[in-house]
Design a protein. Structure first.
Length: 453
């Protein structure tokens, strides 16, 4: 994809105007030397895709995706990494925001500041160079770039789950969930850290992240990962699960049979919570599939015995009875992915994006380990009544034939492995989508060209 400088003018010219000597007249305040380069590299802009004045995409450094290719709004930070390798739909832009090593979780505080969890404990697919902290990336001058990276809480090697609920920030600290009072503008704790609960289920050394979110009624859910080697037995004690936090600080399983529920997000309009499940590695030929599943009391998702409803993993029997697993009671997913494409994060578009992206669940896919094939962001249609994903799958080529799962952002799996991998995703209250990369640490935002604060 060719990269050019986007030149917007304030005169009546339809495209970039120049004066004698090849200088740009008007526009984004380019000086003479920069203007020469801009004219040499510029492509005719797609007028339907140009950001209007006051839009987020008009901020310097934005990469606007037009019918003629990726075009850059001049004036952004010289240290910002290029983003023109991305492939977005025409009419959207991407903008570098900041860098946090191993950016594994993004959440917005009620005051609009972005919080990022950066663990250092090794886990699935991470670069393992995190700073053992929860950080804040304020943008108080509203230029689209983080003003700084502030350590909010340190000495948290195993932190990933973040949640703002009530007047608190809840966060993971190993097997425990803690909270700290939060007030608007806080860039450091304004009160003492309090214990909330400790998860007493069996623990997985690699699948240790515990994701958090609150349903519309205030119920807080917590994920607990299992292991690749969990043994299939007829009794199947609870290991990988989604837990409900109880008023007394205890927890109780809501759904079970999960290997690695790596993401969890609740959407209040439909009172639905979705979890992202990384199923048994290398199990594609045995019926395995990664999943996006609703959080419902009593659901059993089958691991480690069953790939899905009525489908036991090939060559798996109960270790205690040697019988073929009974998978008739396993819940049936509606959204599924090829094993190894690794869905990693999920959040809900807030209603400010145009069709066909409006009100969909956006899922980041981390891509195959070692090649990053399949790394991208997809948008999944939701049932208008329940908020549950409509039938959508990559299996057997189904994704290409269904409008229920649309590719939104591509480019990570171009064979170079030098752009990081999409991991965390969250929508800001202002409608922008923020993506965290747990390899290179880049945090970027994406918006429609006409989206304004």
């Amino acid at each position: 994809m060719r990269r050019s400088i986007l030149v917007l003018v304030t005169s009546t010219c339809a495209v970039a105007c120049s004066s004698s000597g090849g200088k740009v007249a008007g526009g984004w305040g380019l000086d003479a030397s920069t203007a020469d380069v801009a004219l040499d590299r510029a492509l005719p802009p797609d007028l339907d895709a140009l950001p209007p004045t006051g839009a987020f995409c008009a901020l310097p450094g934005s990469v606007v995706f037009t019918g003629q290719g990726a075009q850059v709004v001049p004036g952004g930070p010289s240290t910002a990494p290029p983003l023109d390798w991305l492939k977005l739909p025409v009419g959207f832009c991407a903008h570098y925001f900041g860098t946090v090593p191993t950016a594994r979780q993004l959440r917005f505080a009620p005051d609009g500041h972005l919080f990022v969890a950066s663990p250092s404990t090794p886990t699935t697919g991470g670069a393992n160079n995190g700073v053992s902290a929860i950080t804040v990336l304020p943008d108080d001058n509203h230029d689209g770039n983080a003003d700084s990276v502030v350590t909010y809480l340190g000495q948290l090697a195993s932190t990933q789950g973040l949640l703002f609920s009530g007047d608190y920030l809840y966060f993971q600290d190993g097997v425990s969930i803690r909270r700290v009072p939060f007030h608007a503008g806080d860039l450091s704790p304004s009160g003492a850290v309090e214990p909330v609960t400790t998860v007493t289920l069996p623990q997985a050394s690699v699948h240790w992240p515990k994701m958090l979110d609150a349903a519309r009624d205030g119920t807080i859910y917590i994920t607990n990962g299992s292991t690749q080697s969990e043994v299939c037995t007829s009794s199947r004690p609870v290991f990988g699960a989604i837990l409900q936090l109880l008023p007394d600080g205890g927890t109780t399983p809501v759904a079970k049979g999960l290997r690695n529920p790596i993401a969890l997000r609740c959407e209040s309009d439909h009172d639905v919570c979705l979890a992202v499940e990384l199923a048994l590695d290398y199990s594609g030929p045995a019926g395995g599939r990664e999943k996006v599943v609703p959080v419902r009391p009593g659901d059993d998702w089958g691991f480690p015995c069953c790939a899905t409803t009525n489908v036991p993993y090939a060559n798996v029997t109960y270790s205690d009875t040697q019988a073929t697993p009974d998978c008739s009671g396993v819940a049936s997913e509606s959204a599924s992915f090829v094993i190894g494409h690794t869905p990693f994060g999920v959040d809900f578009e807030t209603g400010r994006w145009p069709a066909p992206w409006h009100k969909r669940a956006f899922v980041t896919l981390h891509g195959d380990f070692g090649s990053w094939v399949g790394a991208r962001v997809v948008a999944i249609a939701l049932d208008a009544t329940t908020g549950v994903p409509l039938p959508a799958t990559e299996l057997d080529g189904g994704q290409a034939a269904s409008t229920n799962m649309l590719d939104f952002a591509l480019g990570w799996d171009d064979g170079h492995q030098d752009h990081g991998r999409p991991a965390a995703v969250t929508f800001a209250p202002d409608g922008r989508m923020f993506l965290g990369d747990d390899q290179r640490g880049a945090v970027v935002w994406i918006a429609p060209v006409d989206l304004k604060p």
